[in-house]
Design a protein around this ligand. Structure first.
Ligand code: UD1
Ligand code: UDP
Length: 399
């Protein structure tokens, strides 16, 4: 069976990498990988870490390009790849323009589509924009819907879609488990990952920040920066902010926060250094989808700078709180976590509603026609006891 996996951005690459590796190990599958290159530097670092050499690289990234140019370019460039490979199935991930164009291009050629991370919804087309629309389009045309959680399955069922739904857990936990175990097992690697941050004062608590959502461009980012500048007035915190390469993020963030002594604006980090900083973080402030899933698995309180989330599971579990982008709300939520030990303890439960590290196995088994056990987090057990890849408990992956 010929499978063509299509992805193009950093988060898709991280979440598809363990699946590409699992497909490569499957004797009945011939695996081809096509990257659109929607991202460049941020994609390439993930390909390097996971040793993935794409068969096709469409190199579509252009500085600050519009969504229509990107979508049109992806559809046009993907078609000859589909013609050449003639896959039995295409796999796409999540909610990016690459995923939407990849699914549509395959659909137009009547090639079955498997959607990894199907069924996440806010039911608000403006947030996240344009991702909510992208994800719905991919789900409509897919015949295999790999839903990460029971919630995403229920969303898909309520929409009466044609695809078969399989609850797999999120592949982000497969990637995280393997990476955290690698970092935990290797003292030299840890020292190397810590070296660029040797200047951080270990007595101060580390706040890790990421942000890039289109709906936060403009006023949202100005408010976020205002909040960070105010938090930075405290002498007991260090703020590390790897700034997304999108010029709509780079420009306001660098203008507002450069020069503050305890705010460290750095280039987007490679996946391993970022995973290491997640381990070291006291609080995570983010509008990212993937970081919202990773941090709870490591017991890190997460404040999400959005009004709605398509990932409500960790909010319900109590480790994630939506704070929006009002600077007052952000400052007050961070202050509560820093100054009130009881509040911090309530958030810092290690919980893993998003996966058990076996999502890729379930996806490959489904594609190959084998029986599959659905992912079900065991909320009756202590959440931290949820097994990760290879049966290792979460705690063995921590330092
Ligand atoms: C995209 C996805 C978003 C995902 C995010 C992850 C869409 C519509 N958006 O948003 O869902 O959460 O990726 O990061 O698919 N750039 C670089 N180098 C890079 C990457 C980006 O310079 O390696 C700059 C370029 O100027 C590029 C711009 O960032 O044009 C925007 O990139 P784009 O992929 O369009 O959107 P993101 O905001 O990254
Ligand atoms: N990440 C990274 N380096 C960074 C910031 C994030 O490797 O500097 C990883 C992070 O571990 C997560 C993914 O990138 O797996 C999330 O990507 P992003 O926030 O760009 O996109 P989203 O998840 O919001 O689509």
């Amino acid at each position: 069976m010929k499978i063509l996996t299509i992805f193009g951005t950093r988060p898709e690459a991280i979440k598809m990498a363990p699946l590409v590796q699992a497909l490569a190990r499957e004797p009945s599958v011939t695996s081809h990988v096509c990257v659109t290159g929607q991202h460049r530097e941020m994609l390439d670092q993930v390909l390097d870490i996971f040793h993935i050499r794409p068969d096709y690289d469409l190199a579509l990234m252009a500085r600050n390009q519009g969504l229509n140019a990107l979508a049109a370019g992806a559809l046009a460039a993907l078609d000859p790849v589909l013609e050449e490979v003639r896959p039995d199935r295409v796999l796409v991930h999540g909610d990016t323009t690459t995923a939407m164009a990849g699914a549509l291009a395959a659909f137009h050629r009547r090639i079955p589509v498997g959607h990894v991370e199907a069924g996440l919804r806010t039911y608000n087309l403006a947030q996240p924009f344009p991702e909510e629309m992208n994800r719905r389009v991919v789900d409509v045309v897919s015949d295999l819907l790999f839903a990460p959680t029971a919630r995403s399955r229920a969303n898909l069922e309520s929409e009466h879609l044609e695809g078969r739904i399989i609850v797999t857990g999120n592949t982000v936990i497969d990637a995280l488990a393997a990476t955290q175990a690698r970092i935990a097992a290797d003292d030299a690697l840890r020292a190397e990952l810590d070296r660029p941050f040797a200047g951080l004062d270990p007595k101060r608590r580390l706040i890790l920040v990421t942000g890039h959502r289109r709906e936060n461009f403009g006023e949202g980012f100005l408010n976020i920066c205002k909040a960070l500048a105010q938090i930075a007035r405290r002498d007991d915190v260090e703020i590390v902010y790897p700034v997304h390469l999108n010029p709509n993020v780079q420009e306001p963030v660098r203008a507002a926060l450069s020069g503050l002594g305890n705010v460290h604006l750095v280039a987007p980090l490679d996946y391993l250094p970022f995973q290491r900083l997640l381990q070291r973080a006291h609080i995570v402030l983010t509008d990212s989808g993937g970081v919202q899933e990773e941090a709870p698995a490591l017991g890190k309180p997460v404040l999400v700078m959005r009004d709605v989330t398509e990932r409500p599971e960790a909010v319900e579990a109590g480790t994630v709180r939506l704070v929006g982008t009002s600077s007052t709300a952000i400052v007050s939520a961070v202050t509560a976590l820093l100054d009130d030990a009881a509040t911090y303890a309530r958030f810092a439960n290690r919980t893993n509603p998003y996966g058990d590290g076996h999502a890729c196995r379930r996806i490959v088994d489904t594609i190959c026609g084998r029986a599959v056990d659905a992912f079900a987090p065991d909320f009756n057990a202590h959440p931290a006891a949820a097994p990760l890849q290879g049966g290792a408990p979460v705690s063995t992956c921590l330092l």
